[in-house]
Write a protein that binds this ligand. Structure first.
Ligand code: CAA
Length: 256
């Protein structure tokens, strides 16, 4: 349990909660705590799905500008590497992760949301990469994960312009998956996470195949898919799933 990032698990679903008033500005300590939380949910067998949440008011307004103001080039180079590593650890959590976004998800906050498999946004949510207005560029995936998700042209508009976009615009771009009233978004994310938590071990293979495959050429990615498809045959849940189908029964998966 970190000072600003905590993990709470209930019935198979872990909530990674970011909590640093007033706007969850991400300082270096929090980057480390995010990585610790990611490792915890990745390795804890009681965790079967994850919700990433910044609380009811704001998801995260980005890296802490007050702290960054005093950084030198070498500080920034070292810390950006740590931040990338923390977000990579989050993105590679081998379980389904849903970001529940209330309010602002800006800069590093938007990049944090991009580490999740899905983004459920409150109808008041605002996303953006405003770094250019500070004389910076995004440093935690905003030129890469964002471009891979919404396309290079839209990402250029976001990163060059530094504007904010509402939830509906983000949904049309594929960045937001679902929109809910602000007081419902977290509960809906937990509800979906609970359904994934009841799913088979193969969900991990599916995540790996899609996420790792997107970084490969098509032939290599299809080979990876073949290997992971075959690997599902080593799981108990593959037997449970097929037996349940043949018995016209409901599968009770074990995530084994
Ligand atoms: N870092 C540090 N402090 C921040 C912050 C940030 N990213 N964002 C907001 N704050 C602080 C403000 O300075 C203010 O503090 P004081 O009360 O001490 O003055 C407090 O939070 C509330 O902010 P506002 O008064 O501005 O509140 P608002 O409701 O008018 O606006 C906001 C909210 C739209 C989030 C606005 O504060 C804002 O635009 N913040 C900056 C967003 C930004 O540029 N993020 C990118 C950071 S760089 C980055 O993330 C690099 C990377 O890729 C890793």
């Amino acid at each position: 349990m970190g000072e600003f990032v905590s993990v709470q698990t209930d019935d198979g679903v872990a909530t990674i909660r970011i909590d640093r008033a007033p706007v969850n500005a991400l300082n270096v300590q929090m980057w480390g705590e995010c990585a610790d939380a990611a490792r915890q949910v990745a390795t804890d067998d009681d965790v079967r799905a994850v919700v990433l949440w910044g609380g009811p008011k704001v998801f995260a307004a980005g890296a802490d500008i007050k702290a960054m103001r005093e950084m030198s080039f070498t500080d920034a180079f070292a810390h950006a590497g740590e931040l990338q590593e923390a977000f990579r650890t989050l993105a590679e959590v081998p379980k389904v992760v849903i970001a529940a976004v209330n309010g602002y998800a800006l800069g590093g906050g938007c990049e944090l949301a991009l580490t999740a498999d899905f983004r459920y946004a409150a109808d008041n949510a605002k996303f953006g990469q405003p770094e250019i207005k500070l004389g910076l560029i995004p440093g935690a995936g905003g030129t890469q994960r964002l471009a891979r998700l919404i396309g290079t042209q839209a990402a250029k508009e976001w990163v060059y312009g530094g504007e904010m976009y509402d939830a509906e615009t983000c949904r049309q771009l594929g960045l937001v998956d679902r929109i809910y009233p602000a007081d419902e978004v977290y509960d809906r994310a937990v509800e979906s996470a609970r359904a994934y938590a009841a799913g088979p071990y193969a969900l991990r293979m599916a995540k790996k195949a899609i996420d790792e495959g997107m970084g490969l050429d098509l032939a290599s990615a299809l080979k990876l898919e073949t290997e992971l498809f075959a690997a599902t045959f080593a799981t108990r849940d593959r037997e449970i799933g097929m037996d349940a189908f043949l018995a016209k029964d409901r599968a009770e998966f074990t995530q084994r």
